[in-house]
Ligand binder design. Structure first.
Ligand SMILES: [Ca+2]
Length: 152
């Protein structure tokens, strides 16, 4: 039996839960897990999340905005491969550079080579929070108004 933990096992581990409270760690275990799960989704699912993420209310993404700023070294407005690797290292999860590169490629919806804020949001947000009345009203409300020519 191998004593080496998988990433998923490590993220269930109590000390990860403890670490995610620490402010000097740019990435929380929970969010890292979401990013990882995002890479396992179908491409279409990822595109849909990118669309929905644009309509998220500010109050549900405040913490993620702060996390993005912390990850974004030098205030570039984007997260690059180095930022992500450093964050994963600080999280204390053993993850190969290839895994992090793969994660970045998957999150990078527009193939710019970096993760923009909305790309990060799409992957990092709690998926249960995504499909709420608020976001659905925004998306379908805008669509219905568009179809009716804005009249009322
Ligand atoms: Ca991008």
């Amino acid at each position: 039996m191998s004593s080496r933990m998988t990433i998923d096992q490590a993220l269930q581990h109590p000390w990860i839960t403890e670490f995610q409270q620490l402010p000097d760690r740019p990435l929380s275990g929970v969010v890292f897990n979401r990013l990882k799960r995002f890479t396992e989704m179908t491409k279409l699912h990822g595109i849909m999340l990118n669309v929905v993420a644009k309509y998220l209310p500010d109050d549900s993404i405040g913490q993620l905005r702060e996390m993005f700023k912390t990850l974004d070294k030098g205030n570039k407005g984007t997260i690059n491969a180095d930022d992500l690797k450093e964050a994963v290292k600080q999280l204390g999860v053993s993850s190969s550079p290839e895994v992090v590169e793969g994660m970045l490629q998957r999150l990078d919806a527009d193939n710019s080579g970096e993760i923009e804020y909305e790309e990060f949001l799409a992957a990092a947000v709690n998926k249960k929070e995504l499909v709420t009345d608020h976001t659905l009203n925004h998306i379908f409300g805008a669509w219905v108004v568009g179809r009716q020519g804005g009249g009322g």
